[in-house]
Design a protein around this ligand. Structure first.
Ligand code: ASP
Length: 296
């Protein structure tokens, strides 16, 4: 049984096949490949894109979806997540999709299930489907010629599961990540790291902007200090037209975008920004992943 906990659960060869399927699903039309299958989603952390993307992907493949409302579930009555998952598993779903704030939780649930577990984000640890859809979007944009491309990952690297999964995945396909962030969001890394985006802009083919994960920071920061911190951050790291000029740079963001802090309004409207293509590709890639894991 294959699960998807981190991007390393799929080989490069498997990912290439997955992307061939995703390309076929790119029109986002319905089919009946997963007719009669049932998928459970369990989101213990907020989500707009990932949860709806998985649900739409499952429904486009003809599967039924049960979204467990965790706010009203028995975990609120003291049941452990392991017991909740074991109970759901007893009802014989064909896959369980889980998001949780605890790093490593989805991996620890594998022993309680007889169906694939898909990690939809565990704390700051991993977000494999986001990294796969990012790689797919990059591959499509450059018509497959992605080897040697330089990608700046800009933002709260230390708290971002999107950064960690992309750093695991992108170099396997020949991309060169450069980590760009204020010192306080830096991590120890084998990749080039800088605080100065302006200085490296001419070397870049792709910018992946990330949200600052304030919810994972010290919650004692005063509201006015937080606002000041955001504005200070934006001055150096917001992706603006002034920064991009007329350079041919692909601009990505996993969402939710903090407008004019992560990316300016103007750049979001620019054809170099492929943020909504990422969202559309996310459904196609998740269709391919669900097909692969459920029909394995
Ligand atoms: N949507 C992404 C995630 O779930 C990024 C973010 O929340 O900023 O990690």
């Amino acid at each position: 049984m294959q699960h998807l906990i981190t991007p390393n659960d799929f080989t490069n060869k498997e990912i290439k096949v997955l992307f061939e399927d995703a390309r076929l699903f790119q029109d986002l039309q319905s089919n009946n490949l997963l007719n009669g299958k049932l998928i459970v989603t369990l989101f213990f952390e907020n989500s707009t894109r990932t949860r709806s993307s998985f649900e739409i992907a499952a429904k486009r493949l003809g599967a039924a979806v049960v979204n467990l409302e965790v706010q009203t579930s028995s975990t609120k009555k003291g049941e452990t997540v392991e017991d909740t998952v074991a109970n759901l598993n007893a009802m014989k779903p064909d896959a369980i999709i889980i998001r949780h704030s605890e790093c490593g939780l989805p991996a620890s649930l594998i022993e309680y299930v007889d169906c694939p577990i898909l990690n939809a984000g565990d704390g700051k640890n991993a977000h494999p489907t986001q990294a796969l859809l990012d790689l797919f979007t990059i591959t499509e944009y450059f018509n497959g010629k992605i080897k040697g491309k330089n990608i700046a990952i800009v933002g709260d690297i230390s708290n971002s599961r999107v950064a960690s999964s992309n750093l695991e995945l992108l170099p396997r396909f020949g991309l060169n990540p450069i980590l760009v962030s204020p010192t306080r969001y830096q991590v120890k890394s084998k990749f080039k790291t800088t605080t100065n985006l302006q200085k490296i802009i001419d070397d870049l083919d792709i910018i992946m902007s990330l949200r600052v994960q304030h919810e994972r920071h010290d919650s004692n920061t005063l509201v006015q200090d937080l606002e000041k911190e955001k504005q200070e951050y934006a001055k150096k790291y917001c992706i603006t037209k002034k920064l991009l000029k007329d350079k041919d740079i692909l601009v990505l963001h996993p969402g939710p975008v903090n407008r004019n802090i992560d990316i300016s309004n103007e750049v979001l409207l620019d054809k170099r920004s492929k943020v909504l293509e990422q969202v559309a590709n996310g459904v196609a890639v998740r269709m391919a992943i669900l097909k692969k894991l459920i029909l394995q």
